[in-house]
Design a protein around this ligand. Structure first.
Ligand code: UD1
Length: 377
């Protein structure tokens, strides 16, 4: 479709933190291919280190953001408030018909709240997920964002049930599948697994990959010490290296609590870009995590995953996937990892995790959400 300029409907996509980038990329791609939408990308600057942000733009082929609010780190209220204050004049100037937000980070909720106050409609990609645990900031962000959204794009059946229970209108709910898996399918063939493993001195299927950064696991000194001890014990018991690309939040806690000696007993490395991390996940014998997205990615890769959390907002990864929750004391972690290591790898595809979720979102957006006859045409 030719570019008809001002008459096209406009969408502003908002990203801010690492887990957002792989979700927005396929949505922007699919909407772009319709030729029906004028798209802009706003980065709040919640994540600003190249390892958590810039490298992802390169790996995913995302365009440079049109706007970067440069908000950075801070207490939740301060960070969220700054985002709203800086975003408001941008929304006034850009005047989008819709904003699209993804996931459950502070940038997601800040953008949704700012937009609805201006009468701009909000579409939430990855709506409806619920852990039932309101002590997690992400759960609050999910509940608030969904309650403010006009369109709710859902990844798994539990999300549809949750939204119905909370009173969302049927017309708002669209079960489309998982855009993060669209990205995984697109880029899996482009990873350089052998080179990554060689560079890190690892052998395929012969290491345990770890990511832990949730406040519940790393913000308390005793808990973090127990976690690191348990990971060292996992390595000892399994005879496999434990590789831990450490999130800056975790690194700063390790330093603050003086836990460097324990951390040295495992292979701590810097956070990795998308492609290198995907390669590492694919080559792992098992994964230990508290991430949301990694529970889903390991399901599709078929890598046994142990999630160190008392709950998950992604139950399909447990019922249909390769994921198990670990809720016991840290001393029991090595045994639980051994169980995971004994599981045969089996790639799973929950319903509609077929690499085409973003196409469905684009189709619904063009046919149902955008004004039938855009103003000015
Ligand atoms: C955020 C998300 C979390 C997501 C995670 C992925 C919220 C509430 N949490 O948590 O859901 O799983 O991102 O990474 O939005 N920091 C840096 N460099 C950066 C960004 C952060 O060093 O580029 C450090 C800062 O010391 C900061 C800490 O990390 O204090 C936490 O950053 P923040 O964005 O507040 O939350 P995350 O823990 O990254």
């Amino acid at each position: 479709m030719p570019d008809t300029g001002a008459s096209r409907a406009s969408v502003l996509h908002v990203v801010g933190a690492r887990p957002n980038f792989m979700k927005v990329a396929p949505v922007m791609g699919a909407l772009g291919r319709t030729g029906a939408v004028d798209q802009k990308l706003l980065h709040t600057g919640q994540h600003y280190d190249p390892e958590l942000s810039g490298h992802f733009f390169d790996d995913l082929g995302l365009p440079e953001p049109d706007v970067n609010l440069g908000v950075g780190s801070g207490r939740h209220a301060e960070q969220t408030g700054k985002m709203m204050i800086r975003m408001d004049p941008v929304l006034e100037e850009v005047g989008p018909d819709w904003i699209f937000v993804v996931g459950d980070v502070n940038s997601t909720v800040a953008a949704s709240l700012t937009a609805v106050k201006r009468g701009i409609r909000v579409a939430h990609v990855e709506a409806g997920l619920r852990s039932g645990d309101r002590s997690m900031p992400e759960e609050i962000n999910r509940i608030v964002t969904d309650s403010l959204s006009d369109a709710l794009f859902v990844t798994e059946p539990s999300g549809v049930e949750n939204l119905r229970r909370e009173g969302a209108d049927e017309e708002q709910i669209h079960f489309v599948g998982n855009v993060m898996i669209d990205t995984l399918d697109r880029l899996r063939g482009r990873t350089e697994k052998e080179a990554v493993l060689e560079r890190m001195g690892l052998e395929d299927r012969s290491y345990v990959l770890v990511t832990l950064h949730r406040p519940g696991n790393v913000d308390d000194e005793e808990q973090l010490a127990a976690v690191l001890e348990a990971l060292a014990a996992v390595s000892q018991r399994s005879g496999l290296p434990v590789v831990f690309p450490m999130h800056p939040r975790t690194t700063s806690r390790v330093e603050e609590f003086g836990l460097d000696d324990i951390a040295r007993r495992i292979a701590v490395v810097d956070p990795l870009g998308y492609l290198d991390f995907l390669a590492l996940m694919d080559g792992a014998a098992a994964v230990v995590t508290d991430s949301g997205g990694i529970q889903e990615e390991t399901t599709v890769l078929g890598v046994p995953c142990l999630t160190v959390r008392p709950n998950t907002e992604r139950p399909v990864t447990v019922s249909e996937g390769t994921n198990r929750l670990y809720t016991g004391p840290m001393e029991g972690l090595p045994e639980a990892v051994s169980e995971r290591l004994s599981v045969t790898r089996q790639e799973k595809r929950p319903k509609l995790w077929d690499g085409r979720a973003a196409e469905r979102i684009a189709e619904i957006t063009v046919n149902q959400l955008l004004p039938a006859s855009p103003t000015g045409s």
